[in-house]
Design a protein around this ligand. Structure first.
Ligand code: NAD
Ligand code: DAU
Length: 352
C-alpha cells in the first residue's frame, strides 16, 4: 500500500533511526522528514539514505502553522510520526520557554494542521506521538515500575512540556475523533545521539581525557534501551497499535548512573587499548541537576503481550556497539563539538 508519512524530528537522534528504518523497509511509502535543524538536528545523521527515491527532507519549524498546512497539502500526508522536540532536561532548566513553544505549541500546530487536512475522513489516517517516561515523574528504589496507568507527575520543564503535548494529542482524539497513539519510552542509547547526553558525552570526554561530570552521588537510575529497538517498536505500533491507546516502551534494563559510567569507562579504555583503570580518575562528582528524578523504570509488558515486541539487544552488546561507533565516527563527533556548540558547552559547565 502506498502511504505518505510525515516524520518530524528526523535529523535528530531517534528520528534519524526511524527515518532510516522506514525508508529502507518500505520503498512503497514516501517518507517526508520535517525538521527545523536546531543545534540537535544534523543531516549527517542520514547521509546513507539522503538520495533514496522515497525520501524527502523539508526544513521547517513545527510551530509554523501555514508551512505545516502546506506540507500536508503538497505531500498528501496520511500518517504522522511526531518526534520533533526540545529533548535535553538541562537545557529546559535554563530555557523553559523554548521547550513550551516547541513541545507544546509545535505539537498543537501539527495536530491542528492534520485535523484540517484530514477533515474528519479519519479512515487510514494516524497521528503517532512519541513521548517519554519522564512524564510519570520519579520512582523510589522500591521495585515499582511505570505502567500506562501511572499518574502523570512531571518535574522538569522538559517533562512538563512533553506531558502537556501528550494531553493535547489525547484531547484531539477525545474531542474530534482523530486516530492518535501515544508511546512513552525510557532512555535511548546508540549511534547519532547528540553529545550533551550522558553516554556520548562521557565517551567523548574519556577519549579527550576530560572530566566526567557525575551529577550528585550518581545513584540515580535510568532504564536504557538501544535506539534501533525503539525504532522497531515505533514501526510495529504505527502499523498495528490500537487507536487511542498508550504503550510504554522500555529496555527492562535499569542501571545506576555510576555503575553505567564505570562500564563506559572500562569499555572505552579497552577499545582504545589503554590499561584498565586509566580513565577512572576522570570521574568527577558535581552539583546535582535541579529537580533530578531519582529513578525511571518502564513496565513494557503491555507492548509485549499485545504486539509481541521485546528489546532484541542485550545491554552488554549494545554498549559495546555504541562505544565502538562513537570511537570510529570521530569526524561526526568533531563536527558537532567544534564551533558554536563548543561555546555553549563551555558556558554550561562554567555555571556548575
Ligand atoms: P533530539 O534532540 O536528538 O532531536 C530532536 C529533533 O527535533 C532535532 O532534529 C531538532 O532539530 C528537531 N526540532 C527541534 N525543534 C524543532 C522545531 N521547532 N521544528 C522542527 N524540528 C524541531 O531528540 P531525540 O533524543 O531524538 O528525541 C526524539 C523524541 O523522542 C523527542 O520527542 C523526545 O521527547 C522523545 N524521547 C526521547 C528519548 C531519549 O532517550 N532520547 C526517550 C523517550 C522519548
Ligand atoms: O527517560 C527518557 C529521557 O531520557 C528522554 O525523554 C530525554 O529526552 C533524554 O534526554 C533522557 O533524559 P535524561 O535526563 O535521563 O538523560 P541524560 O543523558 O541527560 O542523563 C542521564 C542521567 O545521567 C541522568 O540521571 C542525569 C545524569 N547525568 C547526565 C549528564 C549529561 C550526569 O550525571 N552527568 C551528565 O553530564
Amino acid at each position: 500500500m502506498k502511504r505518505n508519512i510525515l516524520i518530524t524530528g528526523g535529523a535528530g537522534f531517534i528520528g534519524s533511526h526511524v527515518v532510516r528504518l522506514f525508508v529502507n523497509k518500505y520503498p512503497e511509502y514516501r517518507i517526508i522528514n520535517l525538521d527545523k535543524l536546531t543545534y540537535a538536528g544534523n543531516l549527517a545523521n542520514l547521509r546513507d539514505i539522503e538520495h533514496a527515491p522515497n525520501y524527502t527532507f523539508v526544513r521547517a519549524d513545527i510551530c509554523d502553522l501555514e508551512t505545516i498546512r502546506e506540507v500536508f497539502r503538497r505531500y498528501e500526508i496520511d500518517g504522522v510520526i511526531h518526534l520533533a522536540a526540545e529533548s535535553h532536561v538541562d537545557r529546559s532548566i535554563k530555557d523553559p520557554f523554548t521547550f513550551a513553544r516547541t513541545n507544546v505549541m509545535g505539537t498543537l500546530t501539527l495536530l491542528q494542521a492534520a485535523k484540517e487536512y484530514w477533515n474528519e475522513a479519519w479512515e487510514g489516517k494516524r497521528f503517532y506521538h512519541i513521548s517519554t517516561d519522564e512524564v510519570y515523574g520519579a520512582l523510589e528504589f522500591d521495585g515499582s515500575l511505570f505502567t500506562e496507568e501511572t499518574r502523570y507527575n512531571p518535574h522538569s520543564p522538559y517533562s512538563a512540556a512533553k506531558a502537556s503535548s501528550d494531553h493535547f494529542v489525547r484531547a484531539y482524539h477525545d474531542t474530534y475523533g482523530m486516530p492518535t497513539i501515544v508511546t512513552n519510552c525510557s532512555n535511548n542509547y546508540g549511534p547519532y545521539q547528540f553529545p550533551e547526553k550522558l553516554i556520548p558525552l562521557f565517551i567523548n570526554n574519556i577519549r579527550h581525557s576530560r572530566p566526567l561530570p557525575v551529577y550528585g552521588t550518581g545513584e540515580n537510575v535510568r532504564d536504557w534501551l538501544y535506539v534501533e529497538d525503539h525504532a522497531r517498536a515505533i514501526d510495529l505500533i504505527f502499523h498495528r497499535g490500537k487507536i487511542a491507546e498508550t504503550y510504554n516502551i522500555g529496555g527492562f534494563n535499569e542501571w545506576k548512573n555510576i555503575d553505567l559510567i564505570r562500564v563506559i569507562v572500562k569499555t572505552v579504555d579497552r577499545l582504545l587499548g589503554n590499561p584498565e583503570g586509566t580513565s577512572d580518575k576522570l570521574i568527577t562528582f558535581v552539583t546535582d541537576r535541579a529537580g533530578h528524578d531519582l529513578r525511571y523504570a518502564i513496565d513494557a509488558s503491555k507492548l509485549k503481550r499485545e504486539l509481541g515486541w521485546e528489546p532484541s539487544l542485550q545491554f552488554e552488546e549494545g554498549i559495546e556497539k555504541t562505544v565502538r561507533w562513537y570511537l570510529e565516527n570521530q569526524e561526526w563527533m568533531d563536527q558537532i563539538t567544534s564551533g558554536e556548540y563548543e561555546k555553549y558547552y563551555d558556558s554550561m559547565y562554567k555555571n556548575r
